[in-house]
Design a protein around this ligand. Structure first.
Ligand code: SF4
Ligand code: SF4
Length: 456
């Protein structure tokens, strides 16, 4: 992993301008303008690095700011050009020279960083009222999942009942953390596996029901869950806005929040969080960063990153170890499409990890476990247009991208759109001016459907 960030930042030199990446880039396909294409961005970056172009040019800023960091270009590039880290670096430089003035984007980023749930919801509402008039930010569907105290959910009690979710619970000595012995391929105790849960800010504050469904589905599969309350945003909105310093602060806070719990696995049900923690944490805390980050902090962050797994990958690990995952049954047949989040599918090119990269395969195997669920294919699996803060900063372009997504969704005529990412849910649920007067199609997280389909 040594120097992987430096290598990525030099990869612009490998661009041969073949244009292969243009076909998959959502911002280019929305504008057909080279400035908003991966090749155009690489060209601008190369000129800026060689001092041929001042980055203060507004076109330069726009070009970088409209990259969704979806990873599609790097996935298809024959020469290993890593547009994502390059764009992040340029955004970071741009932030340092831009004029300091009040911006509601900054307010929202600060709210996420402070982990102040009141400030976060006020920020989102203010953004809606004053600046992003069209942006349809949903009202939270209940009180936040985590408020101020740690939570625990004990599997044996199938515990989304009051006794287990009340905040007065603290970690009990009777919670056994069971190690799955990967070396010897054995599991000593199937009951009482305990994992951590990383909620992420959107599934904590805006869609808390997804956090509850994740914990419930784990409990129904005999897995206990502990949820430290000091965890915060994963930092993806910050780094995708070029604020690398805040991203690093959040990474450390999250690592320390889970450090004392001595867990084997920490689960997330948000593709964007798993992308940020599994791919970007190692990228930005890899060996060449030694001088910048205290060694202990770096170790804690990298350990946290290794332990975090997407819910589908975790179920797959259990299955491979011979632990059966409960099958679900729907009361009525349901036609659905599954939108694969870019950060679940295309993120491998940010940093290679040793674990299984075929996460959609894991999600697919759960779909097979739900009887009555009929999955219809999506031809291209276009991007949904979310891209971290992209849909807030560039709402019109974002909705163009969502509109394109809905062309393939409409062709499949599903009763429900399933996905596995908080950002994708925000974009896909915002169907204003997208369905041309037709009824909205409900959007659900796959874990919610799976949880409801299984019995205790
Ligand atoms: S596919 Fe790669 S080499 Fe070709 S234009 Fe895009 S970035 Fe350059
Ligand atoms: S990361 Fe996505 S949006 Fe950015 S240049 Fe590549 S394909 Fe386009």
């Amino acid at each position: 992993m040594d120097n992987i960030l430096n290598k990525s930042l030099k990869s612009f030199e490998n661009c041969v301008k073949c244009g292969k990446c243009l076909s998959v880039c959502p911002s280019y396909n929305s504008t057909f303008n080279e400035f908003f294409s991966p090749r155009g961005r690489i060209r601008l970056i190369a000129s800026e690095v060689k001092d041929e172009l001042p980055m203060r040019l507004s076109k330069f800023g726009q070009s970088m700011s409209t990259c969704l960091l979806c990873g599609r270009c790097a996935d298809i590039c024959p020469n290993g050009v890593k547009t994502g880290p390059l764009v992040i670096e340029e955004k970071n430089k741009f932030n340092r020279i831009k004029n300091e003035k009040f911006s509601l984007d900054d307010f929202a980023l600060n709210a996420l960083k402070s982990n102040n749930r009141f400030m976060l919801s006020s920020g989102l509402r203010l953004s809606n009222i004053f600046k992003f008039k069209n942006l349809n930010i949903p009202k939270p569907s209940g009180r936040p999942f985590i408020l101020h105290k740690d939570l625990r959910f004990i599997a044996e009690k199938n515990s989304l009942d009051k006794n287990n979710t009340e905040e007065n619970n603290t970690y009990g000595k009777n919670l056994k953390s069971v190690r799955i012995d990967t070396q010897h391929n054995t599991i000593n105790i199937i009951k009482n596996i305990t994992v951590g849960y990383f909620s992420g800010c959107v599934f904590n504050s805006i869609y808390p029901e997804i956090s509850r469904s994740t914990v419930s589905a784990l409990n129904k599969n005999n897995i206990s869950v502990i949820v430290p309350s000091s965890q915060s945003c994963c930092g993806l909105p910050h780094i995708s806005s070029g604020d690398i310093a805040s991203f690093k602060e959040l990474a450390l806070n999250n690592a320390l929040s889970f450090k004392e719990k001595k867990l084997e696995y920490i689960i997330t049900s948000c593709a964007s969080c798993s992308f940020s923690i599994n791919k970007l944490y190692p990228l930005y805390f890899s060996a060449e960063e030694k001088n910048k980050t205290k060694e202990n902090d770096r170790t804690d962050i990298l350990n946290f990153s290794k332990k975090l797994v997407d819910i589908w990958e975790f179920f797959s690990i259990l299955k491979k170890k011979g632990i059966n995952i409960k099958q679900g049954v729907l009361s009525e047949k349901l036609d659905a499409v599954f939108h694969i989040p870019c950060h679940l599918k295309n993120s491998a090119n940010f940093i290679p990890v040793s674990r299984n990269e075929n996460l959609i395969g894991e999600a697919g195997s759960i779909i097979d476990d739900i009887k009555g669920l009929n999955l219809k294919p999506l031809k291209y699996n276009y991007c949904c247009g979310n891209g971290g803060m992209f849909n807030m900063r560039h709402y019109n372009m974002s909705k163009d991208i969502t509109r394109r997504k809905f062309k393939e969704i409409n062709d499949a005529s599903p009763e429900v759109i399933l996905t596995s990412c908080s950002g994708c849910m925000l974009s896909l649920k915002d169907q204003k001016n997208i369905r041309n007067g037709n009824n909205e199609i409900p959007v659900r997280h796959l874990i919610e459907l799976y949880d409801k389909s299984i019995r205790t």
